[in-house]
Ligand binder design. Structure first.
Ligand code: GLN
Length: 315
């Protein structure tokens, strides 16, 4: 089916149909509760927004539901760190390789010599990336992160959800363990609690699937705002993050996702998935019920169907 030939009505109808068809899959998954506040999300929520390269958007389902970015924020922090200190310095401390382990795994930090997180999409790598963001103190660094997030989502009101931030901060022993281990090994420097505080706040940036679709559209549009054509991030950095989205964006299910869906995508444990179909569209989905890898069950099914029907796979 040629998406570019579809009328806005047809497009919206297809999306609505797809959401209703796939909502039943949400019962196959569970809402994350290791961050207690995430446990209160409604597992039946399912919503999608598609933003085209001219900035037009189509939505269906629970597209007004707010949720926190969680791991999707790793894209924002990586883009900022890459702009701040350049790819060479970032990738001196954090690798570029996928991992077969869960996103919060600690095992490879110890077995790889010299110790280095495998990539910026797993928690260890993302915490290290957050520690590289420039700014005189945490409020300034957070403001810079928010500024970029607001430009990527085309919404100046995007902000941190304090409750989710505090909920993660009070329960994040695993991330603390990763961070202290990394400081001992010279991957991060300075005050670990400060670095983690910024990381928890970035993960708690609150959005809807429409924000994610816009962000995907900017990346699909090589770093340029789809409406104004203004450069938000340099093209080569947009290329780097899209490549990470393909190889590591869906954690240790990235290989299967590349085969079944075939588009650069990044998921988060609150159930969001941000996808960028190069030169075609951005897609944001929300579905808080997760599979065993921590990816939205409904969201995955939805993207799989759309990819097949609209021939979105880049492969
Ligand atoms: N804030 C979450 C964590 O660090 C993000 C993880 C995720 O979305 N996979 O555990």
């Amino acid at each position: 089916m040629d998406v570019s030939q579809m009328s806005p009505n047809e497009m919206e109808q297809q999306l609505q149909h797809a959401v209703e068809e796939h909502r039943r899959f949400t019962t196959d998954g569970e809402v994350a509760n290791y961050i207690p506040k995430l446990g209160s999300a409604n597992p039946k929520t399912l919503g999608i927004t598609v933003t085209m390269m001219d900035g037009t958007s189509f939505t269906a389902g629970d597209c007004d539901a707010y949720f926190t970015m969680q791991s999707i924020s790793k894209i924002v922090s990586l883009l900022l760190a890459l702009q701040d200190i350049g790819p060479e310095r970032v990738f001196d401390k954090v690798g570029k390789e996928p991992t077969g382990d869960p996103f919060n795994s600690i095992v490879k930090l110890e077995t790889i010599k010299p110790s280095r997180p495998l990539n910026p999409m797993i928690n260890a790598g993302a915490i290290a990336v957050t520690s590289m963001i420039a700014g005189k103190d945490n409020p300034e660094k957070l403001e810079r992160l928010l500024q970029l997030a607001r430009r990527l989502t085309n919404d100046t009101s995007v902000n941190v959800n304090k409750e989710v931030y505090l909920s993660e901060k009070s329960t994040a022993d695993r991330n603390r363990a990763l961070a202290y281990f990394m400081r001992e090994n010279g991957i991060i420097h300075g005050d670990v609690e400060d670095i983690l505080d910024l990381y928890f706040r970035q993960c708690a940036i609150e959005v809807t699937c429409s924000h994610l679709a816009y962000m995907g559209a900017v990346l699909a549009n090589r770093g340029k705002d789809p409406i104004t054509s203004e450069k938000i991030v340099p093209e080569d950095l947009a290329r780097i993050v899209k490549t990470f989205m393909v190889t590591c964006g869906m954690y240790n299910a990235s290989g299967a996702f590349a085969i079944d869906v075939g588009i650069p995508a990044k998921s988060g444990v609150s159930g969001g998935i941000m996808s960028a179909v190069p030169n075609r569209m951005g897609i944001g989905v929300i579905g808080p019920a997760l599979d065993k890898h921590g990816n939205s069950v409904g969201g995955l099914r939805l993207l799989e169907t759309l990819s097949r029907e609209w021939q979105l796979s880049i492969f």
